[in-house]
Structure formats: C-alpha cells, structure tokens
Design a binder for this molecule. Structure first.
Ligand code: AMP
Length: 590
C-alpha cells in the first residue's frame, strides 16, 4: 500500500522503476556523473563544494545553521568555498601533511562542517569525534587515529581535552573555536578563526586519487579497542548516488539530516551527499525538542528529512495531533536509519505526516546506504527494504559459533529459501566500502569470507526480496542510534577500585531501542548499595561521556564467564529478560 503525500504529486521519484534502475545501473556511469579533478583525480570537497561554487548554484544556500542561541547563519556554495579554502590554507601553513588525520570534536556548528570539507580539500583525512564522548573515548580515538590536529571549542577543550594533552604527544595543533580572549589565555592552543583569516584566499583542491584515504570513522568492536574504518575519496560516488535513489534527493530540495557528524550518517548524509547534489541542508545545533523540531520542518520548508527511529518514537509519544498543528506540507520524503524501525512508527508517520517513514540500513563500514525502502516502491512496515542499485546483498548461513559456513570449494553457503534467518552479506566493490581498519589488517580480513563482506547483522529475506532485520550477531549495543561496545564500558568500570567484575549489555527500551546496563560484582571489602551505585554511574559518565556511559547498574555476586574467561553477555541478557538461557555447557563452573 503506497499512500503518497498529495503535495508530492507532480514531483516524480528520482528512481521510478526499481527493477529497471537495478538492471541499468553501473558504478562507472555513476562515477561519470561527477566532475572529477583534471588528470583523473577525485576529491570529495571538489564535488561537494567547488564544483557548485563555480557554476549556477554558486549563490544557492549550501548550509543553513540554526544555532542554539546564535542567529541563523547561511553559507552559499561560494561562501563555503571561501571558508574551506581558508581552512585548507591554514592546514598547509601549519605543515599538516597529506593523508594525516585532522580530528574534530564539536557540536553541529559551522566550523565543524568547514573543518570537514577544508580537511578533504587539503588532502588530509577527516576524523570526527562525537561531542558527547567523555575523555576516555576521545583519548583512545585520537591516539589510534594518530591525529595531528584537533578542531574543538573552548568549552569542550576545557572539559574533556585539556587533561589529556600530556598523553597526546603527536597531537601538534589544537585549534579552538570561541572567544578570542579565552583562547589567548590557553597557551597550548591556537585560535582557529585567526589562523583561517591569516591563511588567505582561493587555492587548488589537492589532487587526490579516488583511492586516497579521506575519512576515518571510529566504530565499536565487541572486544578490544575501537576500530578506525578507513574511507576514500571515491566514496562520494556512492554518497551522491545512494542519496538520489534512497532519499529521493535532488537540487532544489531543503534537506534535514538530524544525525550528528560524530557518527557516519552525519558525515555521509549530513555533509557530503546533499552538497554533492547541490541541495540546501539545514543543520540544527540543538538536541531534539518536539516543538522545535516541528517548527524546523515547517519554517524551513524541509522537503526531505532523514532521521532516526528513536527521534520518531519520541515524536510519536507526543501524538499525531501535535504534528497537525504545524504546516508540514513541504515534506515529500522521510527516511530513517540506525536501528530497527518498528512497524507502528511507519504507520504513525503516515498518519502524522502524510508520508511513511522509509527505513534503510547501512553501517560505518559500508559508508553509504545499502538496503532501503524506496519512494517508488511499496513500503513494508518493519522491513529495511531492498538492496540499492549497484549493491548485491545475500543471506549467509552461520554455524553455531556464529561463523560463516564455507563450501569445500571456498564459496560461502548462501540461504536461498525465503524467510530463513542468516547473516547479511554484501558483494564487495561499491565505492564507499571501507578499505581497512587503520593499522589492523587481520581484523579487516576477518570481515570477509568466500568473497563476501560479512556485516555481522542477522536478517531474513522474504519471497519478494525485502530484507528484515532480526538482530545483531554480536554483543554490540545500539542506544538512541549510537553503537556502543560493551568492552569499552566494562574496561572503564573495572578501573574503579570498588569493581571486581563488570558485564555490560543493551537492555531493551521502548524509546531508545536499548540502554546500556552494567552488571557489577564488587571487590572484597566494598559495600553494595545506593551510594556506590550512584558513584559508579557518575564515575562512568565522567570518563565515558553521556553517549556511552551506563544508565543502569545492578550489583551481582559474579559475572558469568565461559571456561576461557570470556564474559557471556548473551547469558546476562537472557537472564535479565527472563528468556531461555540457551546452551550454557561452556559456562565456567557449569
Ligand atoms: P553504525 O556503524 O554505528 O552506523 O551502526 C550500524 C549498525 O546499526 C548496523 O550494523 C545495524 O546493526 C544497525 N542498523 C543500522 N540501520 C538499521 C536498520 N534500518 N534497522 C536495524 N538496524 C540497523
């Protein structure tokens, strides 16, 4: 059942016929739709900014920033070119080299977007960090990413980075946004704006090759340290193409991607894809607040909105009548990503907005949307949709240990029967595929088997080719769309002297999808009770930041482990939820 927003009639979908588009699609022709650099190079910032700044879109608004307290600020494509030129010139002046990492830790302020695109223009690598991370995740990512420069604000520097400086000898430049006098009072930092102003005018985009590293996105692993997924300039081919097909985005649109650039969606679709398509993007600095959000959709005349299930669930709680108090007549298309989108939300969205929310699926490693409900196709509430043109997806059999099953000839055992559960796998070769985990070749190699990329997600495919998300194949937690590694949380808890053991899981939550819950066994002599529970919550929050820290802590006598000492998080989860405990034959002492 497709109920089209009546106001969208007359605007045909970018991709009217899915089957035809799949048959005709080639990445080579998608690449040819980009301009490229003279001599065959490719640079994301050229496609996103300079290309338009020199053409008919030069005076069109590229980015419109809605500040928390500041007045609205707009940057046209021509202005964005000037600002990113200066940023690139500044990096040059500082001696930051090609391929070196420039990290950013900031809320959704203009300088973050200028830093991202200016870094790419300079040929160095942009590495975003989420501003709600605490000092521990920030330190780890700056060290693992070997950051040479960091762009941040005075407030975030003082609260989170200053205490880390001694442990970051390779971080040469800390570039601050904020009040000049306050910056001048901190000796070990530099004033970003002053340096940009001094850097001077137009410059050539670095002559990067399609395969040159452009972006470094950290993502969590079940065990061990975070993984730095490496993406290259060629990714822009997929960003642009997938935004056309799956988000129905086109020049003239007003696009609002609510994701923060600290996560991959906020970079691929909050910065690069809309600019590559010559679209006007709205960026809101504030967090979700119901009237503010409806006000933005109405006042900015947003035509395409890319958001997340947690946000939609929060709006749904407030009721459809709130939506009806606003004129949302400009809204042509809504898409959602990052966590399972419950069917009830899809149905509610149709009722509240006149258009269903279109779920789509992808992950940090894929760099762009891989599976989607498209505007021209029937939306099946609860399904992630079908693979994008240019993407081959399949369902692979897993053995009891969760490993892919290989046939004797080395090919992957794929499930052809409809509705049978297995692991979602993708045929490598799309341009935004990650090219490695920085410095961890073996971990990268383990993501592939029998010529397929293993996503780690469990799915089923129905007889019509729609994919349905079943769950993650590992212990990673998705809370409000943010991927959290339990190991990172457990490690910090273990640093508290009162903690002997810690096991961390995602506990289902009706709004956030999951919340982080820690089970803690206390050290001898310690005293369980409310004061310690509060202290541990505060300790974890200070070290990890609000995005990662546990929301709940429960004391237990011990944390279940298997005989090799591995925490059995599945068992903790089953016990928490009152589910069957499954195979516990490997339980230590069992
Ligand atoms: P990240 O790498 O942080 O973007 O997280 C990617 C993971 O989020 C995927 O591997 C899935 O587990 C989950 N995810 C993303 N999109 C969806 C979706 N539409 N439905 C269910 N899970 C999703």
């Amino acid at each position: 059942m497709t109920v089209e927003n009546p106001r969208a009639q007359g605007v045909p979908p970018n991709m009217p016929d899915y089957e035809l588009a799949r048959r005709r699609f080639s990445w080579a022709s998608a690449r040819a739709r980009l301009e490229g650099l003279p001599g065959g190079g490719l640079n994301i910032a050229h496609e996103a900014v300079d290309r338009h700044a020199r053409g008919p879109l030069s005076d069109a608004v590229a980015l419109r920033f809605l500040g928390k307290r500041r007045p609205q600020l707009e940057l046209t494509y021509a202005e964005l070119k000037r600002e990113t030129d200066r940023f690139a010139g500044m990096l040059e002046g500082l001696g930051v080299g090609r391929g070196e990492r420039v990290s950013a830790l900031a809320g959704r302020i203009p300088e973050l977007y200028i830093a991202a695109l200016g870094t790419l223009k300079h040929g160095s690598v942009f590495c975003p960090l989420f501003s709600a991370f605490g000092p521990d995740p920030i330190l780890q990512r700056l060290v693992l990413g070997d950051a040479r420069a960091l762009v941040t604000t005075v407030a975030l520097y003082r609260r989170k980075v200053a205490e880390l400086r001694d442990r970051l000898p390779r971080l040469e430049h800390v570039l601050l946004v904020g009040d000049r006098d306050e910056i001048a009072a901190i000796p070990e930092v530099k004033d970003l704006r002053a340096l940009m102003d001094a850097a001077g005018a137009a410059r050539e985009v670095a002559s990067t090759a399609p395969g040159d590293m452009a972006l470094l996105h950290f993502t969590s692993g079940t065990t061990g340290r975070p993984k730095g997924a490496v993406h290259v300039h060629e990714a822009v081919v997929a960003h642009r193409e997938t935004a056309r097909a799956a988000l129905d985005l086109r020049p003239g649109d007003v696009f609002w991607c609510t994701a923060d650039p600290g996560w991959v969606t906020g970079t691929s679709y909050g910065i690069i894809a809309p600019l590559a398509l010559g679209v006007t993007s709205v960026v809101d600095e504030a967090e979700l607040e119901i009237d503010r959000w409806y006000g933005i959709l109405q006042d900015q005349r947003v035509t395409v909105w890319y958001t997340a299930p947690t946000a939609l669930r929060m709006l749904m709680r407030a009721g459809a009548q709130v939506a009806r108090e606003y004129d949302l007549g400009s809204l042509r298309f809504i898409a959602s990503v990052g966590e399972p989108l419950n069917p009830a939300v899809v149905v509610w969205s149709r009722e509240a907005f006149g258009v269903p929310a279109h779920d789509n699926w992808w992950q940090t490693e894929t760099g762009g949307i891989m599976v989607a409900n498209f505007r021209s196709m029937e939306v099946r509430p609860g399904s992630m949709g079908r693979p994008l043109p240019g993407i081959e997806a399949a369902v692979a059999r897993r053995d009891e240990d969760g490993l892919p099953v290989l046939a004797p000839d080395g090919t992957l055992a794929l499930i052809e029967t409809p509705d049978e559960q297995g692991e979602l796998v993708l045929a490598p070769g799309w341009p935004s595929m990650f090219r490695g985990y920085l410095g961890e070749e073996e971990r990268y190699r383990r993501c592939f088997a029998g010529g397929w990329y293993l996503t780690g997600d469990l799915v089923r495919r129905d007889a019509d080719g729609y994919f349905w998300f079943v769950g993650r194949g590992d212990d990673l937690i998705k809370s409000a769309g943010h991927l959290i590694g339990p190991f990172e949380v457990e490690s910090v808890l273990l640093e508290h002297p009162a903690v002997a053991e810690a096991g961390v899981i995602g506990r289902p939550d009706p709004v956030a999808g999951e919340i982080v819950k820690a089970f803690v066994a206390i050290a001898p002599g310690g005293e369980e009770g409310e004061p310690l529970r509060r202290e541990l919550l505060a300790f974890a929050r200070r070290r990890l930041g609000s995005a990662v820290a546990p929301r709940e802590i429960e004391f237990v006598a011990s944390v279940p482990r298997n005989r090799s000492g591995k925490i059995m998080r599945r068992l903790i989860r089953a016990r928490e939820l009152g589910l069957p405990e499954g195979d516990v034959s490997t339980l230590e002492g069992g």
